[in-house]
Design a protein around this ligand. Sequence first.
Ligand SMILES: Cc1cc2nc3c(=O)[nH]c(=O)nc-3n(C[C@H](O)[C@H](O)[C@H](O)COP(=O)(O)O)c2cc1C
Length: 199
Amino acid sequence: MRNVLLVDCCVRGEASRTARLARAFLGALDPAAFHVTVVDPAAEGLTPLTAERLAARDGLLARGELGDASLRFARQFAAADEVAVAAPFWDLSFPAILKVYIENISVSGITFETLEDGLRGMCRGKHLVFLTTRGGQYDGVPWARLEQGSRYMEAMSEFFGFEKYVCIAAEGLDMVPDPEELLLAAEAKARALAAELAK
Ligand SMILES: Cc1cc2nc3c(=O)[nH]c(=O)nc-3n(C[C@H](O)[C@H](O)[C@H](O)COP(=O)(O)O)c2cc1C
């Protein structure tokens, strides 16, 4: 049994098209092979780091108290065999709650370690799958460089030590009267990836 962690940053909840992609992905995972855990950073009440919280966390790390409850999201992320992150494209990247989650899980000694010659990822996960939907078009266009969501997640994937980064995006959804076909095509890709992971 492999553990899959879905990080749900679909702010619009049930109405979210990105959440549809996440459901397609999870629904196509073989239940005999994968155990799925969903973490919803907003529902968990995660907040940005403050000076006080940073000092408290530094204290825990200095004392080697990595089992503290406040570090449980970092431990959960580091232990997952596969991680999928679902977040819509907002303001050229993603909603702030995903950055808040990343702040909370980027913990030296749990998700990465500091070595003499630099930083090394400590996450066990093989794939980091980023599921997103975008109102406009950002793939294969002259302004593709403006897309900062998937680019950033790819960098974090490497930083955390994942073997492979995969982004599945439905694009241009707000530029057509009916985006259903675009969504169906992305859902099919998400299902195919889920089947691929079982191999
Ligand atoms: C606050 C906000 C910011 C957005 N920023 C962008 C943007 O910068 N570029 C873009 O193409 N679409 C943008 N959109 C449109 C969304 O990317 C698009 O509607 C997406 O499918 C929403 O995902 P959801 O249905 O999962 O909420 C934005 C939407 C919202 C609500």
